[in-house]
Design a protein around this ligand. Structure first.
Ligand code: CUK
Ligand code: CUA
Ligand code: CA
Length: 637
């Protein structure tokens, strides 16, 4: 039965569920939404003045020399990278290339980065496109521990790991048997061993169903999606679960026992009309301990060339809750995000095509697996209307949730306990606390520390998919608008707009003390390091030639080196400058080589010296008053 908030009963009722026709209309209406608020939505608090909450100034305007108090890790969308922002200022500090080549640092050019990215037999990169959506970091005791972050590549089903000591990508794994790897979430503890109170697994949701093995069958009723578990340290795929329906986003419980994915295509349709035909889809829970016991007991299959064990999580095979690996909790029409509340009690699924959020109590899901709940759906403790197009939810640690309303272009702040009371029949429970217009069409949002036990309720960032009129026009391609909102008070207050290059999805925001970045590398971490300028030189072994050199401002250790046409050259460069911020570049004209070496970093490139002549290899990264003079001659005879 539909449940309306007292505040909204008139407005939302008639627009409750979207059918195909309504969705098509709303999609076309997106452009108009910016100017014209969908009628029926209550007047929002967005007209409030800019934030003055912190000592009279706008906290997003830092004085020169002032540092931000939070880091933000942003996915870069189909630029394939991860961005590092300082918050609340919103200043972009770094882009971390992961899946796609990057011209600044030489990612995809150096042998070291190519090894991480993956190459074909001829040494060229296996892929040069990617689509990153979700960034999440490793946990300890329910908070980030500053070891790693992970990000997905939806296009080629890869997961990349970022070391948070150097802010670089160090490993990439391609998931077998899946397409459209979308949601990702690290676990926060081990389900069995209480000593392991930190991340050892990363869960990955496969969104697009495919034939298993992928033979090119047209009959889509045979297609399947899998849920995968990757080892946080080795980055190997530990196991997969065959499921009914698909996976979208992923959440994990604080006790390590449960992971879940929201499912929008329980219909297993191949066309969108089919994908939205059912009134309810699901939030699919995984019993991690039971899955691992099944793998241990050999109750799995493998597909094609993959050796990864795949257990059976389908509805048919998991009817008895006491042995089930999975539990399908029904959620209205094509839900989108699934988010874990910082009190560790609930997962919340946003309705997307239903104007609702569904609150699922994790203790009850565990009861279901113990055979103490008559159906998995009894774990739903609230299902309340929020507005049109709810997508993602963040938390402030004070019992409030913040959900983006894509179609209404709003963030709605609502109280979870009040929503549970309202759902339980107390119609006087006012669960909607506040609404704020955002500019425009928000996708993800996240609050400072939101996805940890230490949610602090200070700042909320909202990733608006359309910026329209908020920045100077620059032709057809618009930036996205990441908005900063002060959530420390009762009312949300818009602090700032930040243009970002397309097109981030998810992000996390955490206190700066939680990471301890190193700004100078350790020489001995690089097996190829040229530790002394005296080790420089050209070593010939038939056609294979190794060039070793070092950089120390304002010179490379060799002023020239000679090669013969046709040589297969590996050039190794170690930056012996150990001063923070002293990076050198190395470009070889006409050879398509340019990369950087940070303090005490070693990098190498391999190429065939196929063009005779003199080539001034020069430092591309401004380093010294004699930066322009910092060159070496490569002479190819
Ligand atoms: S999905 Cu992009 S707005 Cu890939 Cu996280 Cu929801
Ligand atoms: Cu070295 Cu510029
Ligand atoms: Ca559906």
């Amino acid at each position: 039965e539909k449940k309306l908030t007292n505040e909204e009963s008139s407005g939302l009722g008639r627009r409750r569920f979207m059918n195909s026709a309504a969705l098509a209309g709303l999609t076309l209406g997106v452009a108009a939404c910016a100017e014209k608020k969908s009628e029926g939505a209550p007047a929002a608090a967005g007209s409030a003045p800019a934030a003055t909450a912190h000592g009279g100034g706008n906290a997003s305007h830092l004085k020169p020399g002032e540092l931000d108090s939070y880091y933000g890790l942003w996915s870069g969308g189909h630029t394939g990278d991860v961005r590092v922002l300082g918050l609340p200022s919103g200043r972009e500090i770094l882009r971390i290339p992961c899946f796609n080549p990057d011209a600044l640092v030489g990612w995809g050019i150096t042998n070291e980065s190519k090894k991480v990215m993956g190459t074909k037999a001829d040494g060229s990169l296996r892929y040069t496109v990617a689509d990153t959506h979700h960034v999440h970091a490793s946990y300890k005791d329910g908070n980030y521990d500053g070891r790693y972050a992970w990000v997905n590549d939806k296009i080629n089903s890869r997961i990349a790991r970022i070391r948070l000591d150097y802010f670089v990508c160090d490993k990439i794994t391609e998931l077998p048997n899946v397409q459209g790897f979308h949601g990702i979430f690290p676990d926060k503890a081990d389900p069995v061993d209480p000593k392991i109170n930190y991340t050892t697994r990363v869960f990955c949701g496969g969104e697009f169903a495919i034939p298993l093995p992928n033979t090119g069958t047209e009959d889509s009723s045979k297609y399947r999606s899998l849920f995968s578990c990757v080892d946080a340290e080795t980055m190997e795929v530990r196991w997969q679960v065959l499921i009914d329906g698909n996976c979208d986003l992923v959440a994990t419980s604080y006790d390590g026992k449960l992971a879940a994915t929201n499912q929008y295509n329980t219909e297993m349709g191949a066309k969108y009309e089919d994908m939205m035909s059912a009134e309810r889809d699901a939030c699919l829970f995984f019993n991690v301990a039971r899955i691992e016991a099944a793998v241990k007991a050999g109750k799995f299959k493998t597909y094609g060339d993959s050796k990864v064990p795949v257990v059976d999580g389908t509805r048919e095979s998991n009817k008895d809750p006491k042995t089930a690996l999975t539990a399908y909790v029904s959620v209205p029409k094509n839900p989108h995000g699934v988010n874990a509340s910082p009190d560790a009690k609930y997962f919340i699924c946003a309705g997307k095509l239903s104007p609702t959020a569904t609150v699922i109590e994790l203790a009850k899901v565990l009861d279901y697996f113990d055979g103490k709940l008559e159906s998995a759906d009894k774990a739903i403790v609230a299902e309340v209307e929020l507005g049109l197009g709810p997508l993602h939810t963040a938390f402030d640690g004070r019992g409030n949730a913040y959900t983006t309303l894509f179609l209404d272009s709003q963030v709605v702040k609502w109280n979870v306990d009040a929503a549970i009371k309202f759902h339980g029949g107390d119609k006087s429970a006012k669960y909607v606390v506040d609404r704020l217009d955002v500019q425009y069409q928000p996708g993800h949002l996240n609050a400072s520390q939101s996805e940890t036990r230490a949610a602090d309720g200070k700042y909320l960032a909202v990733g608006c998919k359309f910026s329209k009129d908020r920045f100077l026009p620059v032709g057809p391609l618009h930036p996205e608008n990441e908005q900063m909102i002060d959530i420390s008070g009762d009312k949300m207050v818009l602090m700032a707009d930040h243009p970002v290059r397309g097109e981030p999805h998810d992000f996390i925001i955490f206190k700066r003390e939680l990471v301890k970045p190193k700004q100078v590398y350790a020489l001995e971490d690089f097996p190829l390091a040229v530790k002394d300028p005296k080790e420089s030189g050209v070593e010939r072994n038939g056609k294979k030639v190794t060039v070793r050199l070092t950089s120390q401002a304002p010179a490379f250790s060799m002023r020239e080196f000679k090669l013969k046409k046709g040589d297969e050259v590996t050039l190794i460069l170690t930056n012996l400058d150990k001063v923070e911020d002293l990076t050198h570049g190395f470009a070889i004209p006409k050879y398509n080589v340019n990369f950087i070496v940070n303090p005490l970093e070693t990098a190498s490139v391999t190429f065939v010296a196929d063009k005779p002549g003199v080539f001034w290899c020069y430092c591309t990264h401004f380093c010294h008053a004699l930066h322009l003079e910092m060159r070496t001659r490569m002479i190819v005879e």
